[in-house]
Design a protein around this ligand. Structure first.
Ligand code: GLY
Length: 383
């Protein structure tokens, strides 16, 4: 007789932050275990589930059922889809909804969604009643490998992204890799850019493994759990050493200085998803490293080849409307980078590569060098 199929045991990654340490549980079908996990974490706690309309449609009933089965009360708080919800107005709505639901300090906020929901719900939890614990239940690949882990929460200001926020570590992260099956291929690919980032910045063997196994990750095979767990382990180790980004945590921003400028130039719109900006930014960081003689040109080409192999954009020219809308302008991109949080006293901090698998923080890159590098890339781009 054939044994009934049972999914592999979940993988647990611990984020070692002393009294604020927490586990990340990773596996297929873990949404069904949410009730028992929360009951074990905080017996008797009530919950509010903050989510957005799309995720509510796909996953809220299952999350509510799992909590109900464990006897846990849950009040849903549903916000609109998209980046627009990371605003003062929606933050106020969520805070008021948590207070109206009588969520107390000993209760829990459950953030069920992608990066926007995790950042918004995490920040609301950080400030309502001066701090309520949050359980992150990330439903996008990007949130599972990056934004749900490490405690960065916040909303956007009219002056820029993520400028208002707090560090608020979750009490638990539950990453159900089956929920990724409902992502669009484009969203999944965008999240994959952050997975590849961990290989490029700190783990050449993982990068080589990704080169060989990316198809299984996209298809939802066991490689997916391994990729999420390896990414979370890498992030957990860095966050445990530098929670507040006074040093090493900045390595996680590989590809983000260029990427944020490209996102800003395209109005933070659906024309360029965050992960797509990170993919192009990672290639630019590798190419700038090669131009500065830090890595061989072949290494930069290898990074670009892998990201292109999974269908990610790797060149500025891959962005729709790139030439028509003034984007192909090195000075304009420099001006956008100058507004980045990574600017310190007029100098740009870049994360560059000393090798594939060894990123370095370069706090003193000459703006003129970067400008000429970008101008060269733009001049060489297809028209
Ligand atoms: N996403 C970068 C960080 O969490 O530090």
């Amino acid at each position: 007789m054939t044994a009934p199929f049972s999914p592999p045991a979940p993988i647990t990654v611990n984020v070692a932050l002393g009294e604020r340490a927490y586990d990340i549980a990773i596996g297929r079908g873990l949404t069904a275990t949410l009730g028992e996990r929360i009951a074990a974490l905080r017996p008797g706690a009530r919950t509010a589930i903050v989510t957005d309309e799309s995720v509510a449609h796909h996953w809220l009933p299952q999350a509510e059922a799992a909590l109900a089965a464990a006897g846990i009360a849950a009040t849903p708080v549903v916000v609109g889809d998209g980046e627009a919800s990371k605003s003062y107005a929606v933050l106020q709505q969520v805070c008021e909804a948590l207070i109206a639901a009588k969520i107390e300090r000993t209760d829990l906020v459950v953030a069920l969604g992608g990066g926007v929901v995790g950042d918004l719900a995490g920040f609301a939890a950080a400030i309502v009643r001066r701090g309520i614990d949050v359980v992150q239940v990330p439903t996008s690949l990007l949130a599972q490998v990056d934004s749900s882990v490490g405690g960065k929460t916040g909303i956007n200001s009219p002056h820029g992204k993520n400028l208002v926020g707090a560090f608020h570590q979750p009490a638990l992260v539950v990453a159900d890799t089956a929920v990724l099956d409902t992502l669009s291929p484009r969203q999944f690919r965008a999240g994959y850019a952050e997975v590849a980032k961990y290989g490029v910045l700190g783990d050449e063997a993982f990068f080589a493994w990704l080169e060989a196994n990316h198809a299984d990750i996209f298809a939802g095979g066991p490689a997916r759990e391994h990729a999420v767990a390896t990414s979370c382990r890498a992030k957990a180790a860095i966050v445990a050493r530098d929670e507040r980004e006074s040093g090493e945590r900045a390595l996680l921003n590989l590809g983000h200085t260029f990427g944020h400028a490209l996102e800003a130039a395209t109005g933070f719109s659906d024309r360029l998803f965050h992960g797509e900006g990170v993919a192009i930014g990672t290639v630019l960081a590798a190419e700038l490293s090669a131009e500065l003689g830090m890595i061989a040109p072949d290494d930069a080409a290898r990074v670009a080849r892998h990201l292109a192999a999974v269908g990610l954009p790797t060149r500025m020219a891959d962005i729709a409307g790139f030439r028509q809308e003034g984007l192909a302008d090195a000075d304009a991109l420099m001006a956008l980078m100058a507004q980045d949080k990574k600017v310190k006293r007029g100098r740009l901090t870049f994360i560059l590569l000393a090798a594939i698998g060894r990123a370095v923080i370069s706090p003193d890159v000459e703006p003129a060098v970067v400008r000429d590098f970008l101008a060269g890339k733009l001049a060489g781009a297809p028209r």
